[in-house]
Design a protein around this ligand. Structure first.
Ligand code: URA
Length: 451
C-alpha cells in the first residue's frame, strides 16, 4: 500500500488518529531527503504537539530519526558503554564532571553533546569555551578516542541523527519544543546512535526546566525509560528539581571553571556533588557495574578525590585540541570587559532564585542565544555568591554578572533582580532528587537509594 501523501499524513494527526510506522518512516525520510518542505514538517509537529502520539508511534518516530543517519558501533570495547543525558537546566555542568568520573572507573562514555536551548545551557557551548577545543569530529576519530581513553564529547553532526538536528531547529522557533513524543524521540535517536548499552536520564522539573511540574516530568521519564529499554539499553531516569541554578556558576567558561575545580577536589558545591553521585550511582547500578548504589557512590568519590577523573578530563580535552594551560590556570585569554554585582536590598532569607529568569539573564549577557545563529560570548555569565535558603544582610553581594559591556550587564542585573525573592522565613525545602524511574517502576528517590 502506498504511503499517505504529506498532506493526508498531517491531517491524519490533526484529527487525532494513529499513524502507521511505515508512514512515519516515509515522512521523516522525505523530510531528510528534501522532498518534504519545512512548512509541512512544522505543520505536522504542531499537530503532534496538540494531539500527542501513542507509545508505538513514538517508537516508530525514534526509529525513523535514528535511521536518518549512522549508528556508531564500538566493537573492540569490553567495558560497559554508557551515557548520561539531562533534559536541560541552568548551571547544569554535570556531564563535564560525571563523564570523566565514569571513564576513570573503567566505563566507556561516548557523549553526543547539544547546544544551549532557550534559557538552558548546552554542553557543546561549555566545551567550546575552552580555547582550541574541537567538538566536531568524524565518527572514526570519535570511536578511536573512546577506545583509547574511554571518553569523547562530540557535537551533533550531519552523520548522527540529522533528522533531529533539522527538526529541532524548527521546533525551537515554532513553539513545539514542549511535546513529550518529540522530546523523547529527539533525545533517544541521538543516544542510540552513539552505540551505548546503558543510560541515565536526568529529567529536570521546576521553573528552570522544560517540564515545570513533577507529573509531566514523570511522564517524560517513563517515556524515555520505555523507549530506551525497547532498544535494549539499561535505562534509568532520575527526576530532579531545577528551581534554582545548579552550583554557583551559570555561563560557559564559568561552568568549566566550576567543573575543573570540582574535579580537582578544590570545591564541592553540595547540590552539584549530590546530583553527580546520585546520577552516577543510579547508572552504575542499572548497568550492573555495582550491586548497590552506595558502592558506586564510594567509587565515584574516590575517583574524584584521587585526581583520576581530572586526569581523564584533561586527556579528553587535549585529544580534542583544547588548551591544557588555560585549564590549568583557569585564566581565559578573553576577559569580560564589565562586571557588576547585585546586592541584597534588605535583610532576610533568599526565598527563591528563579532558575528560568537567571537562565534568561545569562542569555541577556550573551552566554546563550536568542536566535539560532547568535554568537556566544564564552566568558559571559553569572557567579552566585548566595543561594536559595541563605540569610543575607542588606548590601550583601548576592551575585555578579559579567559580559562584554555595561549595557548587557545592566539588562541582566535587572532581570536577575526580579528572579530573587527575599523573605523573613525559610522556603520549604523540596528535595533535589525527587523520584527514580526504572523499567520495573517509579519510586521515591529516598527509597531507591536506600534499597
Ligand atoms: N533535548 C533534546 O535533545 N531534544 C529535545 O527535544 C529536548 C531536549
Amino acid at each position: 500500500m502506498p504511503n499517505l501523501s504529506p498532506y493526508h499524513f498531517i491531517t491524519e494527526k490533526q484529527s487525532g488518529r494513529e499513524h502507521l510506522a511505515a508512514d512515519i518512516a516515509a515522512f521523516i525520510d522525505g523530510f531528510v531527503k528534501g522532498r518534504i518542505p519545512d512548512y509541512q514538517m512544522t505543520a505536522w509537529m504542531m499537530a503532534v504537539y496538540f494531539k500527542g502520539m501513542t507509545s508505538s508511534e513514538t517508537l516508530a518516530l525514534t526509529e525513523a530519526m535514528l535511521r536518518s543517519g549512522e549508528t556508531v558501533t564500538h566493537d573492540s570495547l569490553l567495558n560497559p558503554i554508557v551515557d548520561k543525558h539531562s533534559t536541560g537546566g541552568v548551571g547544569d555542568k554535570i556531564t563535564l564532571i560525571l563523564a570523566p568520573m565514569l571513564a576513570a572507573l573503567g566505563l566507556a562514555v561516548p557523549t553526543i553533546t547539544g547546544r544551549g536551548l532557550a534559557f538552558t545551557g548546552g554542553t557543546t557551548d561549555k566545551f567550546n569555551s575552552i580555547p582550541g577545543f574541537r567538538s566536531e569530529m568524524n565518527l572514526d576519530d570519535f570511536k578511536h578516542q573512546v577506545a583509547d581513553i574511554g571518553l569523547a564529547f562530540v557535537s551533533q553532526s550531519s552523520s548522527l541523527a540529522p533528522a533531529d538536528g533539522r527538526m529541532y531547529a524548527l521546533r525551537d522557533v515554532t513553539g513545539t519544543v514542549q511535546s513529550l513524543p518529540l522530546i523523547i524521540s529527539s533525545i533517544l535517536c541521538k543516544k542510540i546512535a552513539e552505540g551505548i548499552q546503558g543510560i541515565v536520564f536526568d529529567v529536570k522539573c521546576g521553573s528552570g526546566a522544560f517540564m515545570d511540574r513533577v507529573p509531566y516530568a514523570r511522564q517524560l521519564a517513563e517515556g524515555l525509560v520505555h523507549v530506551g529499554t525497547s532498544y535494549g539499553l539499561d535505562s534509568v531516569a532520575v527526576i530532579t528539581r531545577m528551581d534554582t541554578p545548579l552550583g554557583l556558576a551559570v555561563g560557559n567558561w564559568l561552568e568549566v571553571i566550576e567543573s575543573v575545580r570540582y574535579l580537582r577536589a578544590e570545591t564541592t558545591p553540595p547540590d552539584l556533588h549530590e546530583l553527580t553521585l546520585s546520577l552516577g550511582s543510579a547508572l552504575m547500578q542499572q548497568v550492573g557495574a555495582v550491586k548497590h548504589a552506595n558502592e558506586a557512590r564510594a567509587k565515584l568519590e574516590q575517583v574524584r578525590d584521587s585526581g583520576h577523573a581530572w586526569e581523564r578530563f584533561q586527556s579528553a580535552v587535549e585529544r580534542q585540541g583544547g588548551d591544557l594551560r588555560t585549564l590549568d590556570t583557569l585564566e581565559h585569554p578573553l576577559k569580560p570587559q564589565c562586571k557588576s554585582g547585585l546586592e541584597a536590598p534588605k535583610d532576610g532569607i533568599i526565598h527563591a532564585m528563579d532558575a528560568r529568569e537567571i537562565g534568561f539573564a545569562a542569555v541577556d549577557l550573551h552566554a546563550g542565544r536568542r536566535r539560532v545563529d547568535d554568537e556566544i560570548d564564552p566568558t559571559a555569565g553569572i557567579v552566585l555568591h548566595r543561594k536559595t535558603g541563605d540569610r543575607v544582610t542588606k548590601g550583601d553581594l548576592i551575585l555578579e554578572v559579567q559580559a562584554a559591556d555595561q549595557e548587557l550587564c545592566d539588562q541582566a542585573l535587572q532581570r536577575a533582580r526580579s528572579a530573587i525573592t527575599i523573605k523573613e522565613h525559610q522556603p520549604t525545602a523540596d528535595p533535589l532528587i525527587v523520584e527514580v524511574v526504572t523499567p520495573e517502576g517509579t519510586m521515591p528517590a529516598a527509597q531507591y537509594f536506600s534499597a
